[in-house]
Design a protein around this ligand. Structure first.
Ligand code: PHE
Length: 469
């Protein structure tokens, strides 16, 4: 049992930290791209259904597992599942979750470090006056670790290390004075920047500063239902995958954060507040920036073609150039806001990936928070260097597929079985509803017991038999 007595400073702080955990690069970079790749409007229906029957149940399951663990003095998944399961083997399922966090953090922090570097470059005006090719070449040189415009050798590595140091330092400050404080600053800033850019995204008119389309073209492209593809299993798998990734479930970060909730404080409403805040940022703000602006300037065909190879290109090679079509001042400002927003989204998520490891070392080996935090930074660095050094060769995509997609589904399947069938839905339901500030709809008991595990099983089997990519 640990001597770890930390807890959240306030309810607002907890909700912002949980929302910060969920709101991440996935909301702004992954969601729009998944939607476009999977038929625009055809995606949103499976996406919302997956949110209702897998996302919400998993949020409740993970929050209640976390608070349950916290009551028993445990803050990391291995010990929480050990307390709930009737077999020691569960502990190892929990350990698997911890490793997923470190593996996802490894590639996630790399993109996060780009956002840091791009904020910096936007401030010093690197993109000002460059044509589209110039901005794209900058990115190409950057990820190939080529000569940097700053004259700093291996600039991406420098920023990667800086980013990890920042994460480690914040984590070492503790929960309330590190993680919670960053969320309280980062989340409002992110929403502010997001609202500004989304406003630009939905008010673009053809002919204005070289735009060729009104923003309605991009918005219609995303939102016009395309029922033809609704029955395609790949669309459903992509929707489920996005729900897991965006809500940060299936990794243990939610367990860990919720384990610091006090005694019998509400979890049902808190989980919904953080979950719906994530959905607002994803389907309202996330859908109103990258795609409408790019389509406004480049047209549907060109953007669809670019998106087939991922969304990172659009976000880092195209937007910084397009922003400058609005004039020098607005161009620079929008660049700072866009990459600043991505940075806040990223760091409040990567901090969440660090906490299960820290909780684990504190629980199991009586480590102090500081040394546990530094060991996290070190591990992530070692595991992340291959993505930094070999980004060009697709190493990043491998990490995203195995750690960021398959593992989440496997872990979620295990924990749902543990919760509903081993721990038992009767006790589980009591955990979810006790202390609750809302009335949790009774039919969710049925959903959590039968529908969620069956769907998870289907998604898991589907991912085994569906060709990757
Ligand atoms: N939800 C985060 C995002 O959308 C990613 C994440 C996954 C964070 C798993 C923590 C755990 O970017």
């Amino acid at each position: 049992m640990s001597a770890n007595k930390e807890s959240w400073g306030s309810r607002v702080g907890l909700i912002l930290a949980m929302a910060g955990n969920a709101v991440g690069l996935g909301n702004f970079l992954r969601f729009p791209v998944q939607a476009v790749q999977n038929g625009g409007g055809a995606f949103i229906i499976p996406y919302l259904i997956c949110f209702l029957v897998m996302g919400i149940p998993l949020l409740w399951i993970e929050w209640s597992m976390g608070r349950f663990g916290g009551k028993h003095g445990h803050h990391s998944t291995p010990f929480i599942v050990d307390t709930m399961g009737k077999n020691r083997l569960w502990k190892y399922v929990g350990v698997f979750g911890i490793w997923t966090n470190i593996a996802v953090a490894a590639y996630y922090c790399y993109i996060e470090s780009w956002t840091l570097s791009y904020v910096f470059h936007s401030v010093i005006g690197t993109f000002s006056g460059l044509d589209q090719e110039g901005v794209a070449n900058f990115f190409g040189a950057y990820v190939s670790l080529g000569t940097s415009t700053l004259g700093v050798p291996y600039e991406p590595i420098v920023f990667y290390v800086l980013c990890l140091l920042l994460n480690t330092w914040i984590l070492s400050q503790g929960l309330a004075s590190g993680v919670e404080r960053v969320a309280k600053i980062g989340m409002p800033m992110l929403i502010l920047f997001g609202l500004f850019l989304a406003f630009r995204g939905v008010t673009l008119t053809a002919g204005e500063n070289g735009a060729i389309n009104d923003s309605s073209v991009g918005l219609n492209f995303l939102w016009t239902p395309n029922f033809d593809r609704l029955w395609s299993p790949t669309v459903w798998l992509a929707a489920a995958g996005q729900i897991f990734f965006t809500l940060s479930v299936g990794m243990g970060t939610v367990h860990c954060y919720a384990s610091y909730v006090r005694g019998n404080d509400d979890i049902a409403l808190n989980a919904m507040s953080a979950g719906w805040m994530n959905e607002f940022v994803e389907v309202v703000l996330g859908a109103a920036i990258l795609i409408p602006i790019s389509i406004g300037y480049l047209g549907v065909d060109r953007v669809s073609e670019m998106v087939q190879s991922g969304g990172l290109g659009l976000a880092f090679q195209t937007l910084p150039y397009l922003f400058y079509q609005w004039g020098d001042l607005l161009g620079a400002l929008s660049g700072v806001m866009w990459f600043g927003l991505l940075f806040f989204a990223g760091i409040t998520s990567s901090l969440a990936m660090g906490t299960p490891w820290i909780g684990f070392l504190q629980d199991e080996f009586n480590w102090g928070r500081k040394s546990a935090a530094w060991s996290f930074g070190l591990f992530v660095f070692l595991l992340g260097m291959p993505t930094v050094l070999f980004f060009k060769y697709g190493v990043f995509d491998e990490y995203d597929y195995w750690a960021g997609t398959v593992s989440l589904v496997v872990f979620a399947l295990f924990e749902t079985i543990l919760f509903s069938w081993v721990f038992g839905i009767r006790k589980g339901w009591r955990e979810i509803t006790s202390g609750s500030d809302i009335k949790v709809p009774g039919f969710y008991k049925f959903i959590i017991k039968f529908i969620t595990p069956l769907l998870l099983l289907w998604v898991f089997l589907g991912s085994l038999f569906t060709p990757k990519g």
